[in-house]
Design a protein around this ligand. Structure first.
Ligand code: DGL
Length: 271
């Protein structure tokens, strides 16, 4: 049991955006060892078919299992939308948590949750995974979705509050003004970067913003506590990518909220 406590938590995403989840996990569980995988050779997933995303996600799952992880966090909303069940099956006894389930749980726990907005990639929105996940709690909840594909490249450029970002947010979010949403789920790894800007764009300033990164970190803490698998001695953070480690390193701070001090290793999953 002691060894399993020291085993790392595996977190993965299509690229760099999942570092928003890693940040939330490090904040909530500073003594855990973490292995992060970003599929930088094949990002973005949000515009790819479900079959392709599923195949990529299973390769990454096998990589993390080979690293001996004690838990897997699917940090990518697009993967959560299309491959969650397959990953759970592949992981066997290792618990798997995903951002969609975690974000949904936080949203439906809000006092005002009868009308929920969801923003995400085209893949996530088209899959209707958030709609199904929310309706599994309560079928009477109104869910209003909007795909915001341009927000991913804007976040990577660091354009999170300039004129272009604000105009783009207006383009995507203005229709929510007449929809009466009380809660808005940030259903994409990159969107927490716009957390401060979004309320300035929405007409209703009381809309509650749900950051799935914080939600999944809280769920991971709860699950590890229940399983008596909390580590009190770790704190290593290792990053693997499938391409361009230098760019990952350069962009990491923006998503992680701190400098990435360890080296980023490149791995090829098909070997
Ligand atoms: N990580 C993806 C998500 O959360 C966004 C980037 C992509 O399209 O791969 O949906």
């Amino acid at each position: 049991m002691q060894d399993l406590k020291k085993a790392p938590i595996g977190i993965f995403d299509s690229g760099i955006g999942g570092l928003t989840v890693a940040k939330a996990v490090i904040d909530a569980l500073p003594h855990e060892n973490i292995i992060y995988f970003g599929d930088t050779a094949r990002v973005p997933y949000g515009i790819k078919s479900e079959e392709t995303v599923r195949a990529y996600a299973l390769e990454i799952t096998r990589f993390l299992l080979n690293k001996g992880v004690k838990m897997i966090l699917i940090a990518c909303n697009t993967v959560s939308a299309s491959a969650k069940e397959e990953i759970i099956q592949a992981a066997g006894d290792i618990p798997v948590l995903d951002v969609i389930t975690a974000g949904t749980r936080s949203a439906v726990q809000m006092p005002d949750h009868q009308n929920i907005g969801v923003i995400g990639t085209l893949g996530t929105v088209n899959s209707r995974a958030y709609v199904e996940s929310i309706h599994a709690f309560d079928t009477t909840i109104k869910v209003n979705q909007q795909a915001c594909p341009l927000l991913v490249p804007l976040a990577e450029e660091g354009w999170i509050d300039n004129d272009v970002a604000i105009q783009t947010l207006h383009h995507y979010l203005d229709h929510f003004d007449d929809s009466g949403i009380q809660t808005l789920i940030l259903g994409c790894t990159h969107y927490p970067l716009f957390k401060e800007t979004i309320p300035s764009v929405l007409k209703n300033k009381d809309v509650k913003i749900i950051d799935s990164a914080e939600s999944i970190a809280a769920s991971a803490k709860q699950k590890l506590t229940e399983m008596d698998l909390l580590n009190s001695e770790g704190g290593n953070f290792q990053c693997y990518v499938s391409d361009r480690p230098q760019r990952f390193h350069e962009l990491a701070e923006r998503f992680l909220g701190r400098e990435l001090t360890t080296a980023v290793e490149v791995v090829s999953l098909d070997k």
